[in-house]
Design a binder for this molecule. Structure first.
Ligand code: NAG
Ligand code: NAG
Ligand code: NAG
Ligand code: NAG
Ligand code: NAG
Length: 410
């Protein structure tokens, strides 16, 4: 064989490899995503620390793992993917990371046949609400086991939202429930909203309307939606870091919805000024809850917490995490409420305890024998005796129960 011949055949060979890898690519992802997404080995497109139940499901499946890096000049549109999966018959795990305010088109409830896992970070999301009333979505298989949107901004068309708010009771089941049948982990963390540009002339009118009626109609619609959702596999829900948590979000969460497997619910860092009403009833709506994370909020007390735990459903003791809130003193009523809890431990460590006369009941309580020290809850509430003052300055760091009345100025 001559040298040129050799060269030529290796060029041909390379070309063939190129064509075949392109063909492989062709059945692995939509053409529009070729420059944006890469096929990765299985499990390597999953978020760091993905729940082991999810990893177990993904590990057992034959699926394509995609990692997409979306830059400002890229177009990543969920509709392209949905059209593609209708034909491909493959299963997918997708991780989308936006850079420099790159945007994606992603209609909730993110349904496409064979989509098992999706993680979105740092994106501007367009058309998020565009399929709320599209009943065709109900017919697409609900296959997601993991859905995560973090550190992202949803672009809301305010005129459409105003129009939509009157129709919220017509919300499809798919949109009311979101990923439901197979979902194990659901994360919507640090999501904010932005409104597109509006003509100045109608701005005031729009905002008046928006604040006076749109939000309440929207909530009311969600609250009265008749679809019932069964999250039979959902173990973890993370809704933390929010500046826009609506007043009734706890009611909306549990309205016509069942969470028989939920163990972890995170609503930390969400500007809550009190424990949301429905979260006061431990395990009433979440019969297997192990951790309700309300840390890093502005909650000032916990005297409404009632324990509806049921021994025959789950006998474990869970935690209501109230660390890093605004609890500055502890009342006798609150201490006594702890005595009635069997399946929940309230954790109030790391709060800004102010050792003034309002702490008298707390100190006196631990001066005498009490049921919190001697009863069944002794061990889990031992930490109360080690709580330290944050204020005033001259008592900072002192153990609260070691103080006497004159220390706290009463
Ligand atoms: C979204 O990205 C596309 C592609 O770069 C761009 O043309 C469009 O203006 C962006 N849209 C918004 C609302 O930023
Ligand atoms: C929340 O997301 C925004 C981007 O939308 C980011 O700039 C910010 O740092 C995030 N905040 C937290 C607490 O992660
Ligand atoms: C709301 O419902 C009315 C009547 O069913 C319909 O005409 C209108 O297009 C709907 N609006 C939206 C935003 O879906
Ligand atoms: C506890 O749950 C069981 C079903 O597992 C039910 O039969 C029983 O009535 C429940 N008890 C209470 C006190 O709610
Ligand atoms: C209270 O404790 C302080 C030390 O923290 C002590 O100096 C003071 O004598 C005590 N007062 C009474 C009434 O026991």
């Amino acid at each position: 064989m001559s040298k040129t011949h050799l060269c030529l055949s290796s060029v041909l060979l390379l070309a063939m490899i190129h064509v075949s890898s392109l063909r492989r690519l062709h059945d692995r992802l939509p053409r529009q995503w070729f420059n944006i997404c890469k096929v990765r080995s299985k499990l390597s497109c999953l978020d760091h620390g993905t729940d082991s139940h999810v990893v177990d499901v993904i590990r057992k499946e034959k699926l394509t793992c995609l990692v997409c890096d979306v830059h400002p000049d890229n177009i990543w549109n969920f509709h392209d993917f949905r059209r593609f999966t209708e034909r491909s018959g493959r299963d997918f795990a997708i991780s989308v990371r936006c850079h420099d305010e790159g945007n994606i088109t992603l209609p909730f409830p993110i349904r496409a046949a064979g989509l098992r896992y999706i993680s979105v970070t740092n994106c501007l999301i367009l058309d998020y609400m565009s399929e709320y009333f599209d009943s065709a979505i109900n017919a697409i298989p609900d296959t997601l086991v993991y859905s995560s949107i973090k550190n992202s901004v949803i672009l809301v068309d305010i005129m459409k939202l105003i129009a939509m708010s009157t129709n919220m009771t017509d919300l499809t089941r798919a949109a009311k429930c979101g990923p439901e049948k197979n979902i194990i982990v659901s994360i919507a963390k640090n999501i904010s909203y932005t409104f597109g540009e509006l003509p100045e002339s109608i701005l005031d009118d729009v905002f008046d309307k928006f604040f006076s009626s749109t939000t309440s109609k929207f909530m009311w619609g969600l609250l009265t939606s008749s679809h019932t959702c069964f999250y039979s596999k959902l173990i973890e829900m993370d809704l933390s870091v929010s500046r826009t948590r609506g007043a009734k979000f706890d009611s909306i969460l549990i309205n016509n919805a069942h969470y028989p497997a939920l163990e972890s619910l995170k609503v930390s860092d969400s500007l809550l000024s009190s424990i949301p009403d429905k979260f006061n009833y431990w395990r009433m709506d979440f019969p297997r809850l192990m951790n309700l994370d309300l840390s890093h909020n502005h909650i000032e007390g916990f005297d409404g917490v009632l324990d509806y735990g049921n021994l025959s459903i789950d006998s474990r003791i869970g935690t209501l995490d109230l660390q890093h809130n605004h609890i500055s003193f502890i009342t006798l009523h609150e201490l006594e409420s702890l005595l009635h809890h069997r399946f929940v431990k309230v954790d109030i460590r790391n709060n800004p305890f102010n050792c003034d006369c309002k702490m008298r009941d707390f100190i006196d309580y631990f001066r005498r024998p009490n049921n919190l020290i001697q009863g069944g809850n002794a061990e889990q509430y031992d930490y109360l005796r080690r709580l330290k003052c944050q204020e005033p300055l001259f008592l900072k760091g002192r153990t609260i129960v070691d103080l006497n009345h004159s220390d706290i100025g009463c």
